[in-house]
Design a protein. Structure first.
Length: 255
C-alpha cells in the first residue's frame, strides 16, 4: 500500500530536529497500526509538483499555518487534485488544514471561527467508536468548517468545533484536531505564540488543559488504518490479479 502525505505546512526550524516534519509526525502516529504502508511525502507548500491522482493508493493531508481561503498558488491545484482523486475512488484522510481544504474542494466553506482559537486539548465526541474519543484530542486552529459539502456529513466534533469530524459518501474522512501531535509539541507552540498570534489567556488555558486531560490517539490510528485497508486492498487485488495498473492521468498534470 503506497500512501502519499501532503506537507501543507512547515514545523518551525528550531522545533523540527526534536519533533520532525508534519509528514514524519503522521508516519509516527499511523505506522504502528499500518506497518504494510509505504509512505511518501510531497510538499506543496515548498512548491513540489503534485503527483497524478492515480500514483498512490491513498492520500493524507497535513495541517498548516495557512488558511485554505488564503488562495496561495498551490491551493487551487490541490483542490483540483482532490476532486480527481475522488473520481477514481482513492481514499483521502485530512487533518486540520487538510480537513478544511477537503471541504472547500468538495463544495463547502471554511472560514475564521467566530469563537476564536482552539488550542490545547479538547474533548471530542463521535459516532466513529467510543474508544477513539474516550480521551481528549490535541487542537491548534483558528479556522473552522462553516458549510458542509453536499456529499458530507458531520460524525463528530467538540463544543468549540461542532463540525470537527466529517465523513463523505465517497472514501474520504477528515478531522479538525491533530492526532499526530505530541503533548510537548502543542505546549511549545502555545508558549511560542502566546500574546502575539494567539491571546495570552487562550494559551494559558491551553497549557492547563495539557496538564489536566489525557490524550490517546492510537484508537483513531486503528480506525484510520481500517479505513485505508477497506478502500485500498480490493483495488490492489483487482489490479494485481488482472494485470491492470493505473494509467497515467493527463487531466491535472503537475504544477
Amino acid at each position: 500500500m503506497k500512501i502519499c502525505i501532503f506537507e501543507n505546512g512547515l514545523v518551525p526550524d528550531d522545533l523540527k530536529p526534536v519533533h520532525g516534519s508534519y509528514p514524519e509526525m503522521i508516519m509516527r502516529w499511523l505506522s504502528p497500526s499500518l506497518p504494510e504502508a509505504i509512505f511518501h511525502s510531497c510538499s506543496p507548500v515548498l512548491g513540489e509538483p503534485l503527483p497524478f491522482p492515480d500514483t498512490y493508493d491513498g492520500y493524507i493531508l497535513s495541517g498548516s499555518r495557512h488558511s485554505s481561503y488564503d488562495e496561495l498558488l498551490w491551493m487551487q491545484p490541490m483542490r483540483a487534485l482532490l476532486r480527481q482523486v475522488k473520481d477514481i475512488n482513492r481514499p483521502i484522510f485530512g487533518i486540520c488544514f487538510g480537513h478544511q481544504i477537503m471541504v472547500d474542494a468538495f463544495g463547502g466553506l471554511t472560514q475564521k471561527a467566530k469563537n476564536g482559537w482552539g488550542v490545547g486539548v479538547q474533548k471530542y465526541y463521535s459516532s466513529l467508536s467510543s474508544e477513539c474519543f474516550s480521551t481528549g484530542a490535541f487542537v491548534f486552529h483558528q479556522d473552522q468548517v462553516a458549510i458542509l459539502p453536499p456529499e458530507a456529513k458531520v460524525i463528530g466534533g467538540s463544543e468549540h468545533c461542532p463540525n470537527g469530524i466529517i465523513q463523505y459518501d465517497f472514501p474520504a474522512l477528515s478531522v479538525q484536531f491533530h492526532p499526530e501531535f505530541s503533548r510537548e509539541y502543542v505546549r511549545e507552540l502555545a508558549v511560542r505564540y502566546s500574546g502575539s498570534t494567539i491571546p495570552e489567556v487562550t494559551c494559558r488555558s491551553a497549557i492547563n488543559s495539557l496538564d489536566e486531560i489525557s490524550v490517546d490517539s492510537s484508537p483513531l490510528a486503528a480506525y484510520v488504518t481500517d479505513f485505508f485497508r477497506r478502500w485500498t486492498e480490493p483495488s490492489q487485488v483487482f489490479r494485481h490479479s488482472e494485470g491492470i495498473f493505473p494509467a497515467t492521468s493527463t487531466s491535472v498534470g503537475r504544477n
